[in-house]
Design a protein around this ligand. Structure first.
Ligand code: PEP
Ligand code: MG
Length: 608
């Protein structure tokens, strides 16, 4: 435990590192502030010599914490230690669960009409007349004073949050509630709140939080409504594709009650709450500049292709209808057949396993129809605090219960993924340094504890244990004998467990004959393998290695030809539709893909 305790009322502190690619943004900050408020002690966050109160969303956001930033959480007063522990735990969960929203790749498609390109928010194909977003202002009698309107609005957001608690997007309402509390606290009139919102949104411009400006407008409108100044969106009573600059998150619920077929927005980020809610509602949506479109003209919105088609020909409509039909059929089929095996057109059964990062994703994988876990990234347990043996044991035990066939990868950190409690001398090229299995030479105690927890949690199950970043046979042999010594030390029988390696380092390709004698299985990690084949760092901001390059397939072919032990693939390439026919052609029998893509991958296999 990293709490620097003091029995007197001295402050306690803990360092917390932001690990989410999205940084510490509005939704997790709101959950954090909300928990902080449940403790009476003073809790502050310090970063870059700035010290802020963690109970206010706004002040916490003002630290602009990005991935890799470490701030210090300090608590002083009653229950300070409890507060720190609870906040630390919540922070770790928030970081782990915060999914990065990636740009969705477009599928090439051509239309005869005028094509307007856009950025995909949510996939689907729609055909309907365009309708421009409009609002009407309604003034009604209200006796309410500002203070009551404020607390009524906060109450409403709290209810929305509570009612949607099971919904993964419920935190949006909590975020708005906390935002309103922190902006409204020192305001006494509507005008003061308007000025505050104006100031704050101006400060957001050009920052990552710009995407949240509609939340600021949304909370302001909520308060205004209680004061008798209601702004109402009007939607037509027929099918339509909505054209708008932006939408407020609260308007999406209303939109869902209409005959909306699609939404085209002009000024919105794919990370905004509006975008998240549109995706969750399954409304085909695109970010595009639709200035040239006129009201009521019938258009095609083809978001998988990332386009709006103006003036479509009758052939365009036929094509779009066909595409929509195929799309719906595909979704329907993959959903209903998700628990069935994936059999190719030629009758081969391809096993579809899941890559998971924690208990929740393992549970989702099960529900999605995964046949096992091909890669359990155990790093999820190793956050800012070293996990105790018990914590590790319990987590593995829960996950191991879910499937019969499970591959757990031992800790793959170091290099680009530092851990605060391990000291590695700073390296010029961390991707070529002490990472993955190499860490165990310098920190054997970490591997010992992890293996002990895995062995115990495995019980009689033939769990597969996989070492990451192995580059030589000696390295594997040493790590495996280390594992055997751990088992002996704790008097555990591990004869039923299997030991294998990730193939991520090109040297392994030339050593397969020797590896065949010692390993029980292989799993190809194309993310790192591609990085090392092309000498292009996988996180490089401008360079990108082509994972579909013939060089990658040649490497896979070599592995499949030379390996005499089972081979699976768990890098991103396994879930790439364009790679699938080639992978199956080369003889790949087991794919391990991200937990949410199981049903879809199975369906794609059935078409090969
Ligand atoms: C890989 O390198 O392909 C892989 C699956 O491991 P990670 O992405 O976790 O490094
Ligand atoms: Mg890797």
């Amino acid at each position: 435990m990293f709490l620097f305790k003091n029995l007197f009322l001295k402050p306690l502190s803990v360092p917390l590192t932001v690990t989410s690619n999205n940084g510490f943004h509005l939704r997790p900050v709101a959950q954090f502030a909300s928990l902080a408020k449940s403790f009476s002690c003073q809790i502050t966050a310090t970063f870059n010599n700035k010290n802020v109160n963690t109970k206010s969303v706004n002040t916490l956001l003002s630290l602009s914490l990005e991935k890799g930033d470490t701030f210090t959480l300090v608590a002083q007063g009653k229950q300070a230690d409890e507060a720190l522990e609870a906040l630390q735990q919540l922070f770790e969960t928030l970081m782990q669960d915060d999914k990065e929203i990636k740009q969705i790749e477009k599928t090439a498609y051509s239309y005869e009409g005028l094509v307007i390109e856009g950025e995909i928010i949510s996939k689907g194909i729609a055909m309907a007349p365009a309708y421009t977003y409009r609002t009407t202002e309604i003034q009604h009698q209200s006796e309410m004073d500002f203070g009551t309107a404020l607390s009524r609005s906060i109450g409403e957001l709290e209810t929305l949050y509570r009612n949607k608690e099971k919904d993964e997007n419920a935190a949006i309402y909590l975020a708005q509630k906390e935002l309103l509390i922190s902006l409204g606290t020192h305001c006494h009139t509507l005008r003061e709140l308007e000025v505050k919102v104006e100031e704050e949104t101006k400060n957001l411009r050009g920052t990552k939080l710009d995407a949240k400006k509609s939340d600021y407008q949304d909370i302001l409108q909520r308060v205004k409504k209680h004061l008798g100044l209601e702004v109402k969106v009007t939607f037509p009573d027929r099918p339509f594709i909505l054209l708008c600059n932006d939408l407020l998150p609260s308007e999406i619920d209303q939109l869902q009650q209409t005959q909306v077929k699609g939404v085209i927005l002009k000024e919105i980020s794919i990370n905004s709450h509006t975008a998240i809610l549109l995706r969750a509602a399954g409304i085909p949506s695109l970010v595009a500049d639709t200035q040239s479109l006129t009201e009521n003209e019938k258009i095609i919105l083809d978001t998988p292709a990332g386009v709006v088609v103006q003036d479509p020909s009758s052939d365009d409509f036929k094509r779009a209808r066909k595409r929509r039909y195929e799309d719906e059929q595909q979704k329907e089929r993959s959903n209903t057949k998700r628990f069935e095996p994936a059999i190719t057109q030629k009758g081969r059964h391809i096993k579809v396993f899941a890559n998971v990062t924690n208990i929740q994703t393992a549970e989702i994988a099960k529900e999605e129809g995964a046949e096992g876990i091909g890669l359990l990234r155990s790093e999820f347990l190793f956050t800012d605090i070293k996990p105790s043996f018990e914590k590790q044991y319990k987590a593995y035990q829960k996950i191991f219960e879910l499937f019969d066939d499970i591959t757990v990868r031992t800790l793959d950190v170091g290099g680009d993924k530092p851990l605060s409690y391990i000291q590695i001398p700073s390296e010029e090229n961390p991707f070529l340094g002490i990472r993955g299995v190499r860490l165990f030479k310098t920190h054997p105690e970490l591997l010992e504890e992890q293996l002990h927890a895995i062995f115990l949690a495995a019980g009689n199950k033939p769990i597969k244990i996989m070492f990451p970043m192995v580059s030589s046979v000696e390295e594997f042999n040493q790590t495996k004998s280390f594992a055997q010594n751990v088992a002996e030390k704790y008097q555990l029988d591990i004869s039923h467990l299997r030991f294998g390696i990730m193939i991520e380092v090109p040297s392994v390709l030339f050593l397969l004959e020797s590896f065949n004698d010692v390993v029980d299985f292989y799993s190809i990690g194309t993310n790192d393998l591609t990085q090392y084949l092309f000498a292009i760092e996988r996180t490089h901001s401008t360079l990108k290695a082509d994972e579909l390059s013939p060089a990658v397939f040649a490497a896979i072919e070599t592995i499949l030809n030379k390996a005499t032990k089972p081979v699976s693939i768990c890098g991103e390439l396994a879930g790439n539709k364009d790679a699938l026919p080639k992978l199956l052609d080369l003889g790949m029998e087991t794919l391990s893909v991200t937990h949410k893509c199981i049903a879809q991958t199975k369906e794609e296999i059935r078409d090969v």
